[in-house]
Write a protein of this length. Structure first.
Length: 125
């Protein structure tokens, strides 16, 4: 017998490539229509639309409650908005928050508004 190592011309076995698995949509993701209704909740009187049409959807209801609380803040802040510099600054800041909240709702996220969320949770719909 010879002391030579046994060699093979075959390459080392490679593990089979993993098949790409499509992940199903996450459970509880809102449909596009619900996202639009949720986004409308943050724009003043437009919150009446989701209030009448999509009140049964939990995702819309979450944003609708926050939208109602935000609308109350808008009404109270409108008393100050007539002051020249302070009013415009407040208006721009509140509009930015409304747009941010609407974008979060449209993206399907449950963004909790600081300070207002505890009051919004108390609203019965």
């Amino acid at each position: 017998m010879t002391d030579q190592p046994i060699t093979t011309d075959q390459p080392a076995a490679t593990p089979p490539p993993e098949a790409k698995k499509e992940t199903p949509p996450a459970q509880g993701q809102p449909v596009d229509q619900s996202r639009v209704f949720a986004a409308l909740s943050y724009f003043g009187l437009l919150l009446v639309i989701p209030l009448l049409l999509a009140r049964d959807n939990e995702f819309v209801k979450f944003h609708l409650k926050q939208g109602i609380a935000w609308f109350v803040v808008w009404v109270v802040a409108s008393l100050v908005m007539w002051i020249p510099f302070l009013g415009w600054t407040l208006w721009v800041g509140m509009l930015a928050v409304s747009i941010y909240a609407a974008i979060q709702a449209y993206e399907g996220k449950k963004w909790v508004m600081p300070y207002l969320s505890k009051y919004a949770a108390q609203i019965k719909l």
